[in-house]
Design a protein. Structure first.
Length: 333
């Protein structure tokens, strides 16, 4: 089964060794009705991945941190234009659904993330924008979603035809689902989006797509031990400039349409580390500009490493359990 970790996240796991995660939870057949969250849907949900990394119990995390939102990763293609969790687990009736049900029963809610770095992408496997919109809609309907995240990476991000297909499909999603929030997440340089990222934003503007939050992933820069808080701010500033230019927005309005998804602790590249103080600085920056979305990869890693614990299940730094999630839970825009 291909793993779908965002933006070269396979590298760290390979370096420190994968931890087998044998999640065996009885399938839930009934869906709980979504609950209202304290903040806009998708604003501050850390990524939770049930495919590996000894995923924590979501309701335990809620009790320990005060968080009410989660970004559930990843929805992929089963080889065709059909969505499945990780491309292999059934859309409904399994551990993913029972986790979502328990989150909602406890007063929280979820954003489903489509894509990631590896695996079969719906944007590529669906041959048209209408078919892709249909695949997105199938997931939205299955979970009565208030928000979705398109984590567009690798070949899905690098292909101009696919970028346009994603934009057009999301425009249909917006038209068919009143009030749904759509976030688009992609990689970045320290100064903002690269050529593909800028093109994606421009295509969104040209199509008249109202994206609720364009979010960059400011890590895996490959520049060694740099100030990751400063690099995050400069990359988001660059994204803000791109969005302002493409959509004709003021600087303040553009900040409210952008955000970031960080990575906690050691990233996928040697020498690059995001400390808890870095993250606190980044969240303070987000508050000062009222960013549309702040997240991090991943909740699975939000704890220090123990004996035999791989980098998919811990941060690689000295920290308390769920420290990053506690900081993120305090972000309300």
């Amino acid at each position: 089964m291909p793993l779908s970790k965002p933006h070269r996240r396979l590298a760290l796991a390979a370096a420190v060794g994968l931890l087998a995660a044998g999640a065996t939870t009885a399938a839930a057949t009934a869906q709980a009705a979504p609950q209202s969250a304290a903040a806009p849907s998708g604003l501050n949900g850390p990524y939770l991945y049930l495919g590996w990394g000894s995923p924590p119990n979501a309701t335990d995390v809620m009790s320990a941190t005060g968080t009410t939102q989660f970004t559930m990763a990843f929805m992929l293609s089963d080889g065709g234009c059909n969505p499945k969790w990780d491309g292999s687990r059934a859309l409904t009736g399994g551990n993913d659904q029972s986790t979502i049900n328990s989150i909602r029963s406890a007063g929280g809610d979820v954003t489903v993330s489509f894509g990631g770095w590896s695996g079969n992408k719906l944007g590529e496997k669906c041959s048209s924008a209408s078919a892709l919109a249909g695949a997105y809609q199938k997931v939205i309907d299955a979970y009565q979603l208030k928000s979705i995240d398109i984590d567009i990476e690798s070949t899905e991000f690098e292909n101009a035809t696919v970028r346009q297909r994603v934009i057009d499909a999301l425009k249909t999603v917006k038209q068919k689902n009143s009030g749904i929030k759509v976030y688009i997440t992609f990689g970045t340089t320290t100064s903002g989006p690269d050529a593909n990222g800028k093109d994606l934003v421009k295509r969104g503007a040209t199509a008249g797509l109202d994206v609720d939050g364009w979010a960059v992933m400011p890590f895996d820069f490959g520049q060694g031990a740099i100030d990751m808080a400063a690099a995050t701010k400069s990359s988001v500033d660059g994204l803000k400039n791109t969005v302002a230019s493409a959509y004709g927005l003021s600087s303040d309005a553009a900040y409210r349409k952008v955000g970031f998804s960080s990575m906690n602790g050691k990233t996928d590249v040697e020498g690059e580390t995001i400390t808890l103080n870095n993250f606190k600085d980044m969240v303070s920056y987000a508050k000062s500009h009222h960013l549309a979305r702040v997240s991090f990869w991943s909740l699975n890693r939000d704890r220090k490493c123990g004996s035999g614990t791989g980098g998919d299940a811990c941060s690689g730094i000295d920290q308390g359990t769920y420290d990053f999630t506690k900081v993120l839970a305090g972000y309300n825009g």
